[in-house]
Design a protein. Structure first.
Length: 332
């Protein structure tokens, strides 16, 4: 046996080791925390149009991320939350639910028949479960977690709804912290009810087939039917940074049962006010360091309306004086 034949077993073993290493490096799952974005790794986008996938893909599971629309840009992530996570969010929110309010054109917060649900806000990273969900949202949207508002949890009983509205802002005061709302992630925490779809009435209405299980409201445009654990992502701004009027959306009335959902609004820059202005310049504090003050002129009014307790994540940061969160030294 010559020397090349003697070395061949080692060469074969070495080749297998190299192949295994290449496969490991080529597997994106090795680069992520397993629970960071369940279902994302290995999933492949497949359009509902065009030919069926080849027989070699017959054993693959259906994609977890499904595009709903390009106008507006909207996707559904199936099973984004586990059922245990859904139940945990409801458990945290249930004791603090109050009648939902809206921000009026003059910046005041008020109750309006446009929105008849009940809701509350959770703290940013309130516990490990919420923190993991917030990190997962950042991984899915490719937007920094500090751009997120506090999670809003909503409950809709029979007949309750949220009429058509945009999530981007029209008034300049609302853009002072974090700029426009760029994207929205709406997570469905329950199912087993009828109605309650999220519909985009100005979308391409003929792009989605619907059967008799959809409500009349849900048939008014491209819509997402709530399924426990699913999440809807849509963008309120175009890639050009212009407001996308097609992102007009509504929460359809619940016909039977009870609907729970959780919303995360994501801004174009840090909602904590640390990343500078939209033009790239550094943010300049409106008051000297060490001086306690409100950042927004409507803080005192909002505090009187109870927003310090209803939305502490936002109010304690931007309206510290009105919410009584200043230290004696800072307030002096």
């Amino acid at each position: 046996m010559d020397s090349s034949q003697q070395r061949s077993p080692k060469l074969r073993v070495g080749g297998l080791l190299v192949l295994a290493m290449l496969l490991l490096l080529g597997n994106p799952a090795s680069c992520f925390e397993p629970d960071a974005l369940p279902g994302w790794l290995g999933d492949t986008y497949r359009s509902t149009a065009g030919p069926k996938p080849p027989a070699s893909e017959a054993g693959l599971s259906e994609p977890r991320v499904v595009r709903m629309s390009w106008k507006p840009r909207a996707w559904v992530y199936k099973r984004f939350l586990s059922h245990e996570e859904c139940d945990h969010i409801i458990q945290l929110a249930r004791p603090n639910m109050t009648r939902s309010e809206v921000v009026a054109d003059n910046g005041t917060v008020e109750i309006d028949t446009i929105r008849t649900s009940y809701g509350t806000f959770l703290e940013i990273a309130q516990d490990d479960v919420i923190r993991r969900i917030e990190d997962r949202i950042a991984a899915w949207t490719f937007l920094p977690p500090e751009n997120q508002e506090s999670m809003q949890v909503l409950r809709y009983a029979v007949g309750q709804k949220y009429d058509a509205h945009h999530d981007f802002f029209d008034e300049e005061e609302s853009k002072q912290q974090g700029g426009h709302r760029y994207a929205t992630v709406l997570m469905y925490l329950t199912d087993g009810f009828s109605g309650g779809e999220t519909v985009f009435p100005d979308s391409e209405k003929d792009k989605q087939e619907k059967d008799d299980t959809w409500s009349d409201c849900g048939k008014q445009g491209v819509a997402a039917k709530p399924v426990k654990g699913d999440a809807l992502l849509f963008f309120s701004l175009k890639p050009s940074a212009e407001p996308d009027l097609a992102s007009l959306h509504a929460g359809c009335p619940v016909i039977s049962g009870e609907k729970w959902s959780a919303t995360k609004w994501i801004h174009v820059r840090s909602f904590e006010g640390e990343d500078g202005d939209e033009d790239g310049s550094a943010s300049v504090p409106s008051h000297p360091p060490g001086v306690c003050a409100d950042e927004i002129e409507h803080c005192a009014l909002w505090a009187k309306q109870g927003e310090c307790d209803k939305n502490p994540g936002y109010m304690h940061q931007s309206c510290a004086r009105s919410c009584g969160k200043c230290s004696l030294l800072a307030a002096a």
